[in-house]
Design a protein around this ligand. Structure first.
Ligand SMILES: O=C(O)C(=O)C[C@H](O)[C@@H](O)CO
Length: 266
């Protein structure tokens, strides 16, 4: 069989806008429901959702028949974890909290086989190769893989030009929640200083010839970031959407007895 097509990578290369949704339920069942809705991509979150390698695998299998492309966020840029994720068939990988070009280079190496990198060979044991059915996987894997690095700290923004310029980094994704917190504006990505840093990160990424993405569940934020040049934007979070819809549904029938509010970080 042919190497599975990475439609998300192809769309980024064509500079097509890509609307995404954050998937936090950590089950194939929930991810499949959302995958049938027409979003261009879905972030399967291994950082803040209770995911493991097997639960990520079951979500990849669940969304496979749909046009929504899975993007998997690892909990960390650990080379061994990246090997496992690529072996189960992750093609687009997001890594949080990348702060230097050196860190980005290590991630690129983790995604490539020697002599271009350090990825271990799983061969016929792996879903990535479709258990050896994909011809010449070792020599062609890198063509279908896509690396997104998250810039979400003061240091990351300081180094964003160099990070984005690393060969093998396909895109930069800005994390407004962590960035605002790191800049001392906890829970306030709209603060002018945070917005200035976000805009700088977008500009620098585009200047390096790379693609920029961001999480923006509020429509006015999403539209502003797209007008700045962000090409792939996560415009919703499945858990927040369920919670909001469930609250609104009940409110049609009775006044809230008690508001269980937590501060909304996103
Ligand atoms: O900093 C951010 O913003 C992100 O990286 C996204 C958050 O981690 C995500 O959990 C929002 O719910």
């Amino acid at each position: 069989m042919k190497m599975p097509h990475n439609a998300f990578k192809a769309a980024l290369a064509k500079r097509e806008p890509q609307y995404g949704i954050w998937a936090g339920f950590a089950t194939g069942y929930a991810s499949e429901i959302v995958a049938g809705l027409g979003y261009d991509w879905m972030l399967i979150d291994g950082e803040h959702a209770p995911n493991t390698v097997p639960s990520i695998l079951s979500q990849l299998q669940a969304v496979m028949p749909y046009s929504t492309a899975p993007v998997v966020r690892a909990v960390t840029g650990d080379t061994v974890l990246i090997k496992q994720l690529l072996d189960i068939g992750v093609q687009t990988l997001m890594v949080p909290m990348v702060e230097t070009a050196e860190q980005a280079r290590v991630l690129v190496q983790a995604m490539r086989y020697p002599p271009h990198g350090v990825r271990g060979v799983g061969g016929g044991l792996t879903r990535a190769t479709r258990w050896d059915a994909v011809p010449d996987y070792l020599n062609t894997a890198h063509e279908a893989l896509c690396l997104i690095v998250q810039v979400e700290s003061r240091l990351g923004v300081e180094n964003v030009e160099a990070i984005a310029a690393v060969e093998g980094v396909d895109a930069v994704f800005i994390g407004p929640a962590d960035l605002s917190t790191g800049l001392g504006h906890i829970g306030n990505p709209s603060h002018p200083e945070v917005q200035k840093q976000i805009r700088h990160a977008v500009d620098a990424t585009l200047a390096a010839g790379k693609v920029c993405g961001i999480l923006a569940p509020a429509e006015e934020d999403a539209r502003r970031y797209m007008s700045w040049g962000c090409q792939f934007v996560a415009v919703g979070i499945d858990i927040s959407l369920l919670r909001q819809a469930a609250k609104e549904n009940l409110a049609r029938y009775r006044e809230p007895q008690e508001t269980v509010t937590a501060s909304r970080t996103y």
